[in-house]
Design a binder for this molecule. Structure first.
Ligand SMILES: C[S@@+](CC[C@H](N)C(=O)[O-])C[C@H]1O[C@@H](n2cnc3c(N)ncnc32)[C@H](O)[C@@H]1O
Length: 404
């Protein structure tokens, strides 16, 4: 299994970001076109999109990209954390503002995007650029990626929250509130409204009802990311419910609208009527600027280092997991498993006595381990805590693993 195959096996959600650069390259943003030359943008399993819909996706992506940059400029922070940075050239725009840029994303993206960006960045821009592999559900990965940073940080989040299940969303909110309590600064995101923004873009540009775009995007994203559709407050809550949910993590929310910030878009430079229709439609798309109220947040202790102890006893493979099983750590488990798995193994036992947390990447690896067994019923998860049981229950994996 090569590294790319490993990344795809653990968490293929990174592939969703290639489409964003694929769209941005056609807008007239010079750096996006340059970057697209450096990166292989083919995405296995992506769906063919009719041209009029691709145009809508392109325009809404361009709007989101510029709005993010403008808000970063106005954030009052010298350090901008783009979480997730994907493959877009935001780092170069932030470097031009003479702000320090941290591009955070899964290892699969960082390994590909960093060398490509560095190839096209000027000497001056290079000084401001940092790219770090993190998992947003893993606090320690982000904390160590920020080592040496002093002063306030602006966490810019575009296109992430919709990919999480409930326990993952819970971790991410806790992690960001801890980071902001420590560094100060803000969390800027319109993720609750990202589908909405594309729906209204379609509506403003074509005059037609944009609802079918919503299901197309959900299906397309879920197919590339290979995830079941999530049912969190991001997909299913009202804006009021979502605000209440976030304030439960200590966030105070200030709301502005897309229309307040959207500049004249390059992709609509020959079409001022469409630009003004879009601006009007964006009045109803909120962006949240969140700060943390320190008194409202709880303190979490540092997690245990991840370990996967794997041994074979006769025809049985035993795997003891310690710490957090997430996108950062799951490759270790998969490698250890592949090294030990043979046709003689008839039974697998995963001992989770010391496992603190499991994300969908971890669940994916457990599932692929189970699939390697020819007979069913010989895959056991033992000694799991109530919180792991809850995660498995919420995601429906308890049924798959015969634990329900
Ligand atoms: C739709 S893309 C958006 C990327 C970028 N902001 C853009 O606008 O092009 C989603 C990104 O989320 C990243 N991602 C998914 N799960 C993540 C996690 N747990 N931690 C950090 N990044 C994650 C993926 O790797 C992917 O790059």
């Amino acid at each position: 299994m090569d590294r790319h195959e490993m990344f795809l096996a653990v968490n293929p959600v990174f592939a969703t970001a290639k489409g964003c650069l694929g769209l941005l390259r056609h807008t007239g943003i010079k750096e996006a076109a340059q970057l697209a030359e450096e990166i292989d943008l083919t995405v296995k399993g992506s769906m063919k999109t009719p041209p009029e819909i691709s145009r809508v996706y392109m325009i809404s992506n361009e709007a989101r990209y510029h709005i993010g940059n403008i808000l970063a400029r106005e954030s009052g922070c010298d350090v901008i954390v783009d979480l997730p940075c994907g493959y877009v050239p935001r780092g170069l725009a932030i470097a031009d503002m003479k702000k320090t840029f941290y591009g955070f994303d899964l290892p699969a993206v960082i390994e590909e995007v960093e060398p490509a960006i560095r190839k096209i960045a000027t000497k001056e821009q290079q000084k401001y650029l940092n790219y770090k592999a993190v998992d947003a559900t893993n606090y320690d990965s982000m904390k160590s990626a920020l080592s040496g940073v002093k002063g306030k940080i602006c966490i810019l989040m575009d296109g992430l929250l919709g990919y999480f299940n409930e326990p993952e969303l819970d971790s991410v909110c806790k992690n960001i509130s801890r980071l902001l309590a420590e560094y100060g600064g803000c969390w800027i995101t319109a993720d609750k409204f990202s589908l909405e923004s594309t729906v209204v873009t379609y509506n403003a540009l074509t005059g037609a009802d944009g609802e079918m775009i919503r299901s197309m995007m959900l299906k397309g994203g879920a197919k590339v990311a290979d995830i079941a559709q999530n049912h969190t407050v991001i997909q299913e809550g009202t804006p009021e419910e979502a605000k209440k949910f976030f304030s439960g993590y200590g966030f105070d929310i200030r709301e502005i609208s897309y229309a307040d910030k959207v500049p004249d878009l390059l992709s609509l430079k020959d079409s001022p009527e469409e630009m003004s229709a879009l601006r009007e439609a964006y009045e109803n798309i909120p962006i949240w600027i969140m700060t943390v109220n320190k008194e409202k947040i709880s303190d979490e202790k540092k997690g245990k280092e991840f370990k996967a102890e794997i041994r074979v006893e006769g025809s049985r493979l035993i795997c003891e997991l310690e710490g957090r099983l997430d996108t950062i750590t799951a490759p270790d488990l998969l490698t250890g498993f592949n090294d030990n798995m043979t046709d003689d193994i008839k039974e697998i036992t995963v001992d989770m006595a010391e496992t603190e947390y499991i994300s969908s990447a971890g669940l994916r690896v457990l599932l692929s381990m189970r699939k390697k067994l020819s007979g069913v019923g010989n895959f056991h998860i033992i000694n799991y805590s109530d919180s792991i049981k809850e995660i498995l229950g919420v995601t429906g994996f308890d049924q798959l693993f015969g634990m329900a």
